[in-house]
Write a protein that binds this ligand. Sequence first.
Ligand code: PLP
Length: 390
Amino acid sequence: MFNKTAYNLGAAPNPIRQVFEYGRRQAALVGPENVFDFSLGNPSIPAPPELNQRIHEILDSQSSIRVHGYTSGAGGDLLRSAVAENLNRRFGRHAGPENVFITCGAAPALLAAIKALTVPDSEIIAIAPYFMEYRPFTEAAGSRFVLVPADLPAFQVNLEALDAAINEHTQAVILNSPNNPSGVVLSEETLRRTAALLTEKAAKFGHPIYILADEPYRELVYDGVTVPFIPKLYPNTVVCYSWSKSLSLPGERIGYVYVSEEAEDSKELFSAVAGASRAIGHICAPSLIQQAVAACIDCMPDLEAYDVNRKLLWQGLTEIGYECVRPQGAFYLFVKTPGGDNAAFVEKAMKRNLLPVASEPFGVEGYLRLGYCVSRDMIERALPIFKEIF
Ligand code: PLP
């Protein structure tokens, strides 16, 4: 006998991974150069050389017991303090290490934050299109998952729909900017209006409604766009961050939860995050990478390769006639499916070994996600195929 929910989740295919695995099988048959796989969000620029250098230095200069030992449950003071100082410097915060809980990436950060905010009969809202793991995280924590459509075609927050979805059970709204899969950055105006709505609703229902800011793509923005820092606009914010994308470290599993020092009952909420993480067996993130990241806390990614790809793909596709959501951040292009029929388009594309991800798992229909964290050469050779299918 198994837990049915866990079984169903584990046995269900991951639609993105399915496309990727198909691509791998095709590559074995027709050669990798003939497969145009836009499925995964795996960074394609290398981690900063100083980070690798730092790992060598740490290994050479410290005892193995220290390097590979447990840190404190919430993470070592070194990285927690480095994160707090970084946030204070960049965003005028007054954070301390006591506001920062180190995690194995953004995914467990989200799960801990959602679990910390789950009370009997609670609801967590996400805006579609959304990162598909929000649903299992929310349901595993014991809250109901409520989906609200974005305001199309700009993919900002649909305030009317959000207003209608909030009720006395609402505990939090997840905002992901820059967004996976749309690449859209939520504007300051959108965030101010969202904050005003949540403030009004919190007063009406007599309890805080938190924003969970899911920000693994925070540093991946183009054309001088800035990502507003949500805790500055709304005190009841919990940020879930990771260095998976910004330092190209997805396999190292390192990130954090930042509970704003201005949040209501901030200390207690932090303890709830720590307790939620403990309850899922997730404490003491890997210590070597904690130290390395602490030393490189101010490193910014060199986005040139992504930016070149972004422009090339966006320009190439719009010239053909595809309608693309304006890609300001992350490394995804969200493209309206010509004719609107995803199944038909994807079938044609797969026959030519062109592999986008259909948008249904992200909670919207009629779009394709293209990860442009790939080689420029692949994009150049894929454009004629996009044209043929169009
Ligand atoms: N949130 C979003 C929007 C993502 O796209 C991802 C990963 O792709 C995550 C969270 C999880 O990030 P991590 O790999 O750091 O756990």
